[in-house]
Write a protein that binds this ligand. Structure first.
Ligand SMILES: *[C@@H]1O[C@H](CO)[C@@H](O)[C@H](O)[C@H]1NC(C)=O
Ligand SMILES: *[C@@H]1O[C@H](CO)[C@@H](O)[C@H](O)[C@H]1NC(C)=O
Ligand SMILES: *[C@@H]1O[C@H](CO)[C@@H](O)[C@H](O)[C@H]1NC(C)=O
Ligand SMILES: *[C@@H]1O[C@H](CO)[C@@H](O)[C@H](O)[C@H]1NC(C)=O
Ligand SMILES: *[C@@H]1O[C@H](CO)[C@@H](O)[C@H](O)[C@H]1NC(C)=O
Ligand SMILES: *[C@@H]1O[C@H](CO)[C@@H](O)[C@H](O)[C@H]1NC(C)=O
Ligand SMILES: *[C@@H]1O[C@H](CO)[C@@H](O)[C@H](O)[C@H]1NC(C)=O
Ligand SMILES: *[C@@H]1O[C@H](CO)[C@@H](O)[C@H](O)[C@H]1NC(C)=O
Ligand SMILES: *[C@@H]1O[C@H](CO)[C@@H](O)[C@H](O)[C@H]1NC(C)=O
Ligand SMILES: *[C@@H]1O[C@H](CO)[C@@H](O)[C@H](O)[C@H]1NC(C)=O
Ligand SMILES: *[C@@H]1O[C@H](CO)[C@@H](O)[C@H](O)[C@H]1NC(C)=O
Ligand SMILES: *[C@@H]1O[C@H](CO)[C@@H](O)[C@H](O)[C@H]1NC(C)=O
Length: 704
């Protein structure tokens, strides 16, 4: 009975059983494969890629091939280690894990020249002698000096501003380059390398070897003209357009002491004083742009000036000239923000015109003053009109007067020296105006890490330890904060003299070092602090995270930390109005010519779970910082910035062990052989099933 049942089961279901077996093993196989993947691949979680950017004529940056580039890891800590990669190593291509100090033009040139390199991963190590991947002459060609205008100053012929600049940021690399941002991850890689790849006693390292794979394939190629043309073809012929590149863009932020009607154009008789700084920075790597000295030092000082002057304005509102505080975005890429504002001013798309500007003061890099000396740069070009000459004289006088009872020694630059790279150059290009640029350097930058990943809080605060609490930071930042507050006090007093048109004592005007210290902590170390949390609208609070912020302009990025500047400016210069959320919105639409209203989330209540939001009235506004080249569709412009960023699908990095090519081939051959044999066997069993199972597989032989 039992045997008969068994026989029937085998007999009638032999085919299904075989199919089941096949499925079972496939399933088992795929499970096993997955677990193998999990065991072997280690994703690198804290990296930053170098991506492709394009201007009117060139592409710069890096990319991998479509499916990522793979190579055997070789750690290069000293220059001699390169020899293995370039000549000796037997298992090319290599992924070079490069010590930060060797990330130089010379070494990168060697790696570029060989086909034995699949990619580079740079580990962070601050070179004490300095490092700047920007050019020696930043934003060359887009400032006021060029081959037709003041040619003796063109291309930094007279002053080399950034002598450490090696220009790596403007090179085009055919392989991916990633930054390893986390020391522990670098250790994981080095350990894998040491365990598997180190040649022992001169012998050949044995497979399996530790390898790295980098994915950073870029969609756009050649230059902005090409990629924008492809974008517009896509959008006109495709229902699901896939754009390949985007113009770098974000927002300028500006604010006035006395409200101006933004639906109107200011009358030419109304003079204004511009006080400006820049909002963005950059480095070789995407979205890594700490810009402590290059950017934060200037805009934090400007915020302190705005606060001090707003206090003075509350006491005495009889201004003879309004004051405009401006923060320019995208200046690191051929002056995107300032060139756009000048363009808007010329085309009546901004409430203030170039003719209204009485004086222009720019706060550039100001944190690294030597012996508290601040340098005042002016344009050497002999001003056309005597009016502008007069204005410049009163501006310089006011600054000199303000410096007399201050902790800052203000020095003038030799009259034959050109202006450093600055937003003022874009204004001078359009109109002769009286302007000065304040910096901590006389000629070459004090900043040894201009536009690099190392321009962090440590570069302006000596001995800054990592991972300290806000309370500790207050004390550590004190000296830097005081020194920036001193500069802010000087500027505020000078602007007061000019704006109120008075010679009266200005000693009551004082920038607040405590506020500067809080701002330095927020903008250099951690945006997520209680003050910033209390002054942003609830929906913006996700911008505030725990990591040091980065100021790369990017592509209209909603999470750009520079947007927090808007709310800090509103907090420091605005007024709290007693309105409900609804009332706040109503006032906003009723009053929008003059003021903007923000509904901010407020500080935590005592139970530390709820907040009491409130309404702020402010004159703070934003204006588009998109290069006029894109407004005009002139993608090959030589007048305006044309920088675009390529799009990409995925950016990631991982390490794993690779078998040798021979082993891979053997595995493949064996695999195929087994497959063929099993197919043959299955076919054989299948076709001879009747014979093999004949006795027990009678159809209809049902026996109960
Ligand atoms: C040179 O600069 C002047 C003003 O600074 C500008 O008007 C002119 O267009 C520039 N020429 C070129 C070729 O860029
Ligand atoms: C560069 O500057 C020098 C003097 O500093 C001058 O003699 C020379 O003509 C300048 N070069 C150009 C191209 O203007
Ligand atoms: C584009 O960038 C490249 C690389 O920096 C530079 O050589 C070239 O002059 C730039 N082109 C324009 C039009 O600015
Ligand atoms: C690195 O690892 C050490 C020890 O495991 C740990 O204390 C430290 O916080 C880690 N550092 C980072 C940046 O994760
Ligand atoms: C990255 O994160 C994954 C998942 O959390 C972890 O398994 C892996 O070890 C991390 N990579 C490194 C290098 O630590
Ligand atoms: C390397 O060579 C030394 C002496 O030549 C020997 O003592 C040592 O065991 C060797 N190491 C390995 C891993 O072969
Ligand atoms: C602002 O200017 C517009 C246009 O001239 C005018 O209609 C409006 O009344 C002005 N608003 C205020 C508050 O003056
Ligand atoms: C600067 O100070 C001097 C005297 O201290 C005064 O005569 C002069 O008018 C002041 N200049 C300005 C622009 O206030
Ligand atoms: C000068 O610095 C000291 C502290 O270093 C400060 O108390 C004082 O207010 C500063 N003076 C001015 C005019 O800013
Ligand atoms: C306000 O400042 C002006 C100088 O611009 C001065 O004449 C006037 O007296 C001041 N008013 C008050 C109330 O201090
Ligand atoms: C600015 O922030 C402080 C601290 O959160 C708060 O007390 C003050 O009311 C704010 N002022 C404005 C105008 O938002
Ligand atoms: C705010 O307005 C409400 C109602 O209009 C009023 O009850 C309250 O006292 C006001 N608060 C302040 C601080 O003026």
């Amino acid at each position: 009975m039992m045997a008969a049942w068994l026989g029937r089961a085998i007999g009638s279901c032999v085919r299904s059983f075989l199919v089941f077996c096949l499925l079972f093993f496939l399933l088992l196989g795929s499970c096993w494969c997955n677990s193998v993947e999990r065991k072997i691949y280690i994703p690198l979680n804290k990296t930053a890629p170098c991506v492709r950017l394009m201007n009117a004529t060139h592409q710069i940056g890096c990319q991998s091939s479509m499916n990522g580039d793979t190579g055997v890891i070789h750690v290069v800590e000293k220059e001699q280690d390169l020899k293995w990669v370039l000549e000796d190593g037997l298992t090319p291509p290599y992924m070079v894990v490069l010590n930060g100090e060797l990330f130089t033009r010379e070494v990168m040139g060697k790696l570029k020249a060989t086909s034995r390199v699949a990619g580079v991963a740079v580990s962070k190590r601050r070179p004490s002698e300095g490092f700047s991947p920007d050019s020696t002459c930043p934003n060359d060609g887009f400032g006021v000096y060029n081959s037709t205008f003041e040619p003796q100053y063109a291309h930094c012929n007279s002053t080399v501003w950034n002598p450490r600049g090696n220009g790596l940021s403007f090179e085009d690399f055919k392989f991916p380059i990633f930054l390893l941002q986390d020391e522990n991850e670098t250790q994981v890689i080095k350990q894998c390398y040491q365990e598997h790849n180190i040649p022992l006693n001169g012998s050949i390292p044995q497979y399996p070897l530790c390898a790295m794979q980098l994915f950073s394939h870029m969609h756009a190629v050649t230059d902005t003209v090409t990629c924008m043309r492809r974008n517009s073809l896509q959008t006109s012929f495709n229902i699901n357009p896939e754009e390949v590149c985007d113009a770098l863009t974000d927002w300028n932020i500006w604010n006035t002491l006395k409200p101006v009607n933004i639906s109107d154009i200011l009358h030419p008789d109304n003079k204004v004083i511009f006080v400006a700084a820049r909002l963005d920075s950059r480095s070789f790597f995407w979205d890594v742009a700490p810009g402590a000295e290059s950017t934060v030092s200037g805009f934090v000082t400007l915020l302190a000036v705005a606060e001090a002057l707003q206090k003075a304005f509350k006491d005495n509102q009889t201004l003879s000239k309004n004051v405009v505080f401006v923060f320019f975005q995208g200046e690191a890429f051929d002056y995107i923000g300032s060139s756009r504002m000048v363009y808007d001013m010329k085309h009546d798309k901004f409430p203030i015109k170039l003719e209204n500007i009485y004086a222009f003061i720019e706060l550039n890099q100001v944190a690294l003053r030597k012996n508290s000396v601040l340098w005042m740069h002016t344009d050497p070009f002999p001003h056309k009109s005597s009016l502008v000459q007069e204005q410049l004289k009163s501006l310089v006088d006011a600054l000199n007067n303000a410096s007399q009872n201050s902790n800052v020694t203000l020095n003038e630059i030799s009259p034959a020296q050109d202006l450093p790279p600055s937003s003022l150059q874009r204004f001078l290009r359009a109109q002769d105006i009286a302007g000065v640029v304040l910096t901590d350097h006389q000629t070459a930058f004090q900043n040894r890490y201009f536009h690099s990943i190392y321009d962090t809080v440590e570069s302006i605060v000596s001995n800054y330890p990592e991972g300290i609490s806000p309370e500790e930071a207050q004390n550590l930042l004190k000296d830097t904060a005081q020194s920036l507050a001193d500069v802010a006090t000087l500027v505020a007093r000078a602007v007061y003299q000019l704006a109120w048109d008075t010679n009266s004592n200005t000693s009551a005007i004082q920038a607040d070092a405590a506020t500067v210290s809080k701002m330095l902590y927020g903008f250099l170390v951690k945006l997520n602090n209680s003050w910033f949390q209390s002054i942003v609208p609830a929906e913006k609070s996700k911008i505030l995270d725990d990591y040091p912020p980065h100021y790369y302009v990017a592509v209209d990025n909603k999470m750009n930390p520079s947007r927090v500047v808007q709310y800090v400016l509103a907090n420091l210069t605005g007024a709290v109005v007693n309105l409900t959320q609804e009332g706040c919105q109503k006032r906003q639409s009723a009053d929008m010519d003059q003021y903007d209203y923000y509904w901010v989330q407020g500080s935590l209540d005592d139970d530390s779970s709820t907040r009491t939001p409130f309404c702020i009235q402010t004159t703070t506004r934003i204006s588009k910082a998109l290069s006029p080249a894109f407004e005009l569709g002139d993608w090959g412009s030589k007048e305006y910035s044309t920088w675009t960023e390529s799009r990409w699908k995925e950016i990631r990095a991982r390490i794993f062990l690779v078998a040798s090519h021979e082993l891979e081939v053997i595995t493949l051959v064996v695999g195929i052989t087994i497959l063929v044999i099993s197919l043959l066997v299955t076919y054989f069993i299948n076709s001879k099933a009747n014979i093999l199972f004949a006795s027990t597989c009678e159809p209809g032989a049902v026996a109960y």
